[in-house]
Write a protein that binds this ligand. Structure first.
Ligand SMILES: *Cc1c(COP(=O)(O)O)cnc(C)c1O
Length: 391
């Protein structure tokens, strides 16, 4: 709703200013509009609003001033023309697919993606005739070879969850566009503070706002960012009809989260780097996956594509599940929880939680071993985090 062109400003400035035009009250903070509907001056005015001839809010399923501030702010930060906020990250992915694809279309998705995304594609979207094939994230030739005339969408997370693999977004966008496909990037792990996929050629960015955008583990939300045509019209059209909408209150939580995103991400990155380096030296640790480590296969790519290596460190503990569970049960500070991107560090055993719905074969294929542990490094002192890991 803001008329200012925020693209001229730095990310830090967009994060605290973009999207908010003060109301007649001159409020400094962004107000929360807890109202389901909006009142019109006359019957004619109502008709004009519904027809889209008069800009303004109608009904909070698809238009709410607080949600608009969040959408405009995130759009500015990602460098997108439009943003649609959703009730969760999963509903952002669902809305994107149902708005842009039709029966018979094929999706190519990387093998290593969020567990629920895999289940959404393979179990639910497949029932509506959307076929998903899973591709090795980093193998550009495999992506190229898997595209058929029916392929309409390439879907990736980079860095991936939980293995932190990185793909060359620009190269993959070129492959997608050569075949008239859309490239969708789930930017949950990096956020626009560290990576802006649209600038690298991606067509759509997905967010689970639940994670780093909130940053304090308070609310569920999601977002889709991209062009006015694809997102502002198509995805918004789906949301308007189907209604997986973000609440005004949650939008306000995320607005406040965005304001501190950059300084939080920088702190997450610093501590994660420190922890990953330390873990690599531990006798009880077999392997560490973190894009900031020189041992990471895509370290050089991550250096050029990202402004930081992120807050997620994954590693394999000796002793398989027994070793991993023991480490987790020994912690007193870290929280055993599936969430990530919180100020509080969280520790997860992917094989038995987030990725437990995958078959053992599927897990093995993407490297999710029984000894694998994922830490989303929070904002506590990093020495305290290290001390809490008793192998
Ligand atoms: C959490 C997560 C999602 C799903 O988001 P919700 O807000 O939990 O629905 C999608 N992608 C990634 C990478 C995630 O970590």
């Amino acid at each position: 709703m803001s008329n200012k062109d925020w693209s001229q400003f730095e990310l830090e400035t967009q994060a605290v200013r973009a999207g908010h035009d003060r109301t007649a009250y001159g409020e400094h903070g962004e107000p929360i509009f807890m109202t389901s509907s909006f009142v019109f001056d006359s019957a004619e005015h109502a008709a004009a609003r519904f027809a889209g001839d008069d800009e303004g809010c109608v009904y909070s399923r698809f238009s709410n001033p607080t949600v608009s501030v969040f959408q405009d702010r995130l759009a500015a930060m990602e460098g997108g023309e439009a943003c649609v906020a959703t009730a969760s990250g999963m509903s952002a992915i669902l809305s994107t697919c149902l708005a842009l694809l039709e029966q018979g279309d094929e999706i190519l998705a990387s093998k290593s993606i969020f567990g629920s995304t895999t289940v959404l594609f393979d179990k639910y979207l497949s029932r509506s005739g959307l076929v998903t094939k899973h591709i090795e994230l980093t193998d550009l030739n495999a992506w190229q070879a898997a595209i058929t005339p029916k392929t309409k969408m390439l879907f990736v997370e980079t860095p991936s969850n939980p293995m932190t693999e990185v793909v060359d977004i620009r190269a993959l966008a070129d492959i997608a566009h050569k075949h008239d496909c859309l490239l969708v990037v789930d930017n949950c792990f990096c956020t626009p503070a560290l990576q802006r996929p649209l600038e690298l050629g991606a067509d759509i960015v997905i967010h689970s706002a639940t994670k780093f955008l909130d940053g304090q583990g308070r609310a569920l939300g999601g977002a889709v960012v991209g062009s006015q045509k694809l997102v502002g019209e198509e995805v918004m059209g789906f949301l308007r009809t189907a209604g997986p909408t973000m609440s005004a209150f949650n939008a306000w939580v995320f607005i406040k989260g965005l304001e501190t995103l950059k300084i939080r991400m920088d702190a997450h990155c610093r501590s994660a780097m420190e922890l990953a380096t330390w873990l690599e030296q531990q006798e009880q640790v077999e392997r560490v996956y973190y894009p900031g480590l020189e041992s990471h296969p895509q370290h050089e790519l991550a250096k050029t594509q990202q402004d930081g290596f992120g807050g997620i460190v994954t590693f394999v503990v000796k002793g398989g599940q027994v070793g991993a569970w023991q480490l987790m049960d020994n912690t007193q500070l870290l929280s055993i929880t599936a969430n990530l991107g919180d100020a509080k560090s969280t520790i997860t055993h992917p094989a038995s939680t987030t990725h437990s719905r995958l078959t053992p074969e599927q897990r093995a294929e993407v490297g999710i071993e029984d000894g694998l542990v994922r830490i989303a490094v929070g904002l506590e002192g990093v020495e305290d985090i290290k001390r809490d890991l008793k192998f």
